[in-house]
Structures are given as C-alpha cells and as structure tokens.
Design a binder for this molecule. Structure first.
Ligand code: NZQ
Ligand code: ZN
Length: 381
C-alpha cells in the first residue's frame, strides 16, 4: 500500500445548506451558475441559489443535458472567456457538475477543449468551481473526474484533474424529493458499481479500504431493500453513501477495475442507455467472465455484504445476489431496451472501444477486445 490522499472539497451536508454558499463564494468573484434542463426551477433549488447569491455578481448558463455534450459546453466556455468569469457554480447532478468541470478547464485552454478529453492537453489551470448536488449517484461533487460526450461522433470520454475538483459541495438531501424514482434507483446502482470497481479486484489485505467499502455496500443494500420507504434518513444516507463511494478513500492504494464503466460508457454514447443502467447490463457478465481473477473478492463480498454461506459456488451466488439487487430496483441486467440488431450493436461497441484504446481493461488488463465481446454477447439479450 502506497498512496497520497487528500480530499479538499468542503462538504456542506444537511437540510438548508444551500444558503451557506453565500459565505463560501467570495463576493468579489464574477460567478457563472451552470445548470441543466430546468429541474432546479421546479423544485425550489434555483430560488434558494438566487437568494444565497443576492450579494454576488453572477450570470447563468442552462441547458446542460444528461451525459453532457461538448457541443453545448463549448457555448459555456465562450461565456466564461467573454465575461471574465472567475468562479463557476454547478447546480445539478453528475452531468452538470462534470460539464462545469470541463468548462472550468477548457476556459483556460487556448486550443480546442476536446483536446483535454483526448489527453492532448494536460490541464494546468482551471476556473475555481463549487457544486450544489441535486442527485446522489456519481460522486462528481467531491472528485476530480469528468465525463463528457461528443455527440457528433458518439465519443464519451473522461479526464481527471485535481484542478477541477469542487472547492465545496452542498449536499442537501431535501433536493432529492423531486427526483423521479428511476433516477433514485440509478443513484443506488451507480454508487454500488463505483464501490465494486474499487473493491471487486483481488485480496490485498487493505483492511480500511475493504471494511469501509463493505460498510457502504451494506448501506446501499439496505437502502435498496427499503426503497419504498423513503424518508429524511433514507435520503440523507443515500446522499452521503454515494458521495463516499467515489471520493478517493476506498480506492487509495488498491488496484481498481473500471472496465464496467468503460464498456458502459460506450453503450450510453451509442444507444442513450442511462449511465447506471449501462453498468447493470455489463457488470454481472463481466464478473462471470473474470471469475478467475475476482473469485476471492466475490466470496469475501458474499460473506461480508450478503451474509451468504460458504460453498464452492459462493462467487456465483454473490453475482446472483447483485443481479437480484438491481432487479429489485427495476434495473435490467441485460440490454433489453435495445430492439435493433443485437449483433450489430455488439460490433458497434467493440468498434468504439477499439477507437478509444480500450484494448486491455480491468485490474489485470485481462479484458481484451475479445473478452469485451464475450461479455457483451452475454449482456445483450
Ligand atoms: O437537467 P435537469 O433538468 O436538472 O434534470 C436532471 C436529468 O434529467 C434530473 N435531475 C437532477 N436532479 C434532479 C432532477 N430531477 C428532479 N429533481 C432533482 N433534484 O436527473 C436527470 C439525470 O441527471 P444526471 O446529472 O445526468 O445524472 P447523474 O448524476 O446520474 O450523472 C450522470 C453523468 O455522470 C457521469 C456519467 O457518465 C453521466 O454522464 N459520471 C461521472 C462520474 C464522475 N464525475 O466521477 C463518475 C460516474 O461513474 C459517471 O461516469
Ligand atoms: Zn458511474
């Protein structure tokens, strides 16, 4: 175990915390508030932001779509440059926050912003960013990752930089009250898979990372089981669990996988599958495909998270328990929504993985294009 760990995002957790941004953003800053398709106008979040910023000089950019596109975000980059914006406030879910991160970095780059996603430009400077989270799922509010789509070519790529990590994140569980149940289920599944990507590799004796990951997984299992009984505590626990799932702690110093995410991103980019749903389609089949590498950790998860009894089929039973958890949330584990030519869909995903250099995925780099194809053949019903 060898790592350097810091999470500098100040978390403002709890009901009524949106008001606290008035003291967290210096009044001499020129602020751009970035948000999505308008849910914040319908649920009172926008009004709270407006009142908190009454002493600030700010303008707005709206219309960031789910799975944010560079085509839309580049319009915000232009606004930041033209108006000399020096603070960005992202108000929304992972898409808005990821989009704001791209804007923050691209606004300080003289060339094409997409270079950042291609790895051609390394981020060396970014506009300071704060976030108000409206959907617990991605953990984007307190990490340095951003996933952006180029609609023209169906490329969904990620970049990571500490310079775009929000300086603060407001987590007020009350904002979740207006979330469609589908989005809440997505949040549980996305957070679950984030933990798995960092935990379901091979035993490394990392007691803190494993123990905390198991605690978070047990939370999500309980929240899924009590999905129909959402109250203040349920919402608060989901919001905090999803945040902790991808804030760097459980992944510190351990091998990570992320192959489910890489393959899932292609399904989203090509077929518009919700992010979390793309993961549920890929993950069980990927775990079966990689059983040789992941057996010991799957068994540990079976014992410690699902309380399954030991036996020769414990790893498979654990995968089945994961599938049952998704099914209980009405989330499919095969690509059932796609009614086009399934073989062509698999070829298209493989083509994109190849184009994006995703030739050896997973903690052992054992998921070659051939294995990705086998995984997809099982995942595409
Ligand atoms: O656009 P609005 O009108 O706000 O509507 C949104 C959107 O349609 C709506 N919504 C958000 N908060 C709401 C609400 N509706 C009612 N009440 C509220 N309080 O929900 C819809 C989905 O929002 P979105 O931001 O797309 O969801 P999510 O948070 O799941 O983000 C998904 C994106 O994050 C990326 C994904 O790839 C995807 O692009 N990810 C980012 C990661 C990161 N930065 O670390 C890691 C993840 O693995 C993931 O890849
Ligand atoms: Zn995710």
């Amino acid at each position: 175990m060898k790592f350097s760990y810091v999470n500098p995002t100040q978390i403002q957790f709890g009901q009524g915390q949106i008001a606290s941004i008035s003291g967290l953003i210096p009044t001499d800053k020129k602020v751009l508030v970035i948000y999505g398709g308008g849910s914040i106008k319908r649920n009172g979040v926008y009004d709270q932001v407006k009142s908190a910023l009454s002493q600030h000089d700010y303008s707005e950019f709206s219309g960031v779509e789910p799975n944010p596109t560079v085509e839309t975000l580049d319009k915000a980059v232009k606004v930041v440059k033209e108006q000399n914006i020096d603070f960005i406030l992202a108000v929304g879910g992972g898409s808005v926050i990821d989009g704001a991160k791209y804007v923050a970095a691209a606004a300080k780059h003289n060339g094409d912003g997409w270079d950042i996603l291609l790895g051609k430009h390394k981020v060396t400077e970014a506009v300071t960013l704060g976030a108000i989270l409206t959907i617990p799922a991605t953990g984007s509010e307190s990490n340095g990752a951003s996933v952006v789509t180029k609609a023209a070519t169906s490329d969904k790529l990620a970049f990571i930089s500490p310079l775009v990590q929000p300086v603060f994140a407001v987590l007020d569980p009350d904002v979740m009250r207006t979330l469609p149940q589908r989005q809440l289920a997505n949040g549980v599944v996305d957070a679950w898979v984030h933990i798995c990507e960092q935990y379901l590799t091979f035993p490394a004796g990392a007691m803190v990372q494993d123990g905390y990951a198991e605690a978070l997984l047990k939370n999500l299992r309980h929240l899924a089981a009590t999905f129909s009984q959402q109250d203040d505590a349920w919402r608060a626990n989901l919001m905090w669990t999803a945040n902790q799932a991808l804030n760097g702690l459980i992944g510190a110093g351990v091998s990570q996988d992320w192959a489910t995410h890489m393959i899932g991103h292609e399904l989203t980019a090509l077929y518009g599958v919700d992010h979390a749903r793309s993961l549920a389609i890929v993950q069980p089949w990927l775990l079966r495909n990689q059983l040789g590498h992941k057996k010991a950790k799957l068994e540990q998860m079976g014992r410690n998270v699902f309380a399954l009894t030991d036996g020769p089929d414990l790893a498979e039973k654990t995968i089945q328990a994961i599938e049952s958890l998704y099914h209980s949330l009405d989330v499919a584990t095969q690509l059932t929504e796609h009614d086009g030519d399934k073989a062509a869909a698999i070829e298209a995903v493989i083509g994109q993985l190849k184009k994006h250099g995703m030739l050896k995925l997973g903690e052992h780099q054992a998921i070659t294009l051939e294995q990705s194809k086998a995984i997809l053949e099982a995942a595409v019903a």
